[in-house]
Design a protein around this ligand. Sequence first.
Ligand code: NDP
Length: 241
Amino acid sequence: MAKVALVTGGTRGIGRAISEYLKQKGFSVAANYGGNAEAAKECEEALGIKCYKFDVSDYDAVGAGLKAIENDLGPVDVVVNNAGITWDGPFHKMSKEQWDKVIDVDLNSAFNVTRQVWEGMRERGWGRIINISSINGQKGQFGQANYSAAKAGLIGFTKALAQEGAKKGITVNVVAPGYIDTEMVRAVPENVLESIIGTIPVGRLGKAEEIAAMCGFLASDEAAFITGATMTVNGAQYIAG
Ligand code: NDP
């Protein structure tokens, strides 16, 4: 039987590429999304997978979504905690709402999803949790105190959980992308984007497919000894020690 993979925010951008890659690798893929039904429909039609609308920042909504996925496809073996948003601003102007929203969607979501699949993975003795962090969680970024905190939080979460999952056949890893050519990055003003590309030694933005390939490897049986790791995929823009 095909293993079941849930990709949160799996209908657009990096998540969509991950959904497509895992489908190609033989997983039975459930792609979650937040509200963009058009993108979800396109994804369902193009990839031949089912998409599930629920808000990853809402614990109960996640529970209901997981129930629907398990009814349709079976227990979830692989989770890619990919859904994320930005809501940037200098800290002296950052509202509590701006802080809370980004922490909820980008960090608390990983608890909401992982907690509710964890016991099943422990019982079955196999699981893969892949948390999509960011270069800006590794190095911090001006104007992104909320986002950098959430993405750095995912790294600590991963390191702790990797130890808890180790004896149960569950690996927990981070993928930390640099700047990837998606809508999130295309929303950055052109002159700012040009200066960002100037700081990437490889000389270009990354491709969503390059993040997907790393996730695909971490989801495989071959990656069983990789756990608690942060896999940096950023064109040498930031080389973590
Ligand atoms: P996109 O904005 O292109 O896609 C985001 C996806 O997340 C969409 O499918 C969206 O659903 C979903 N989503 C957003 N909020 C929620 C929510 N509350 N509940 C459920 N789903 C939600 O993002 P990217 O592909 O650019 O980024 C994907 C991940 O990679 C994010 O975690 C991001 O922080 C991280 N990242 C991205 C980088 C980049 O350069 N793009 C760099 C480093 C990290 P819907 O379509 O319904 O809105």
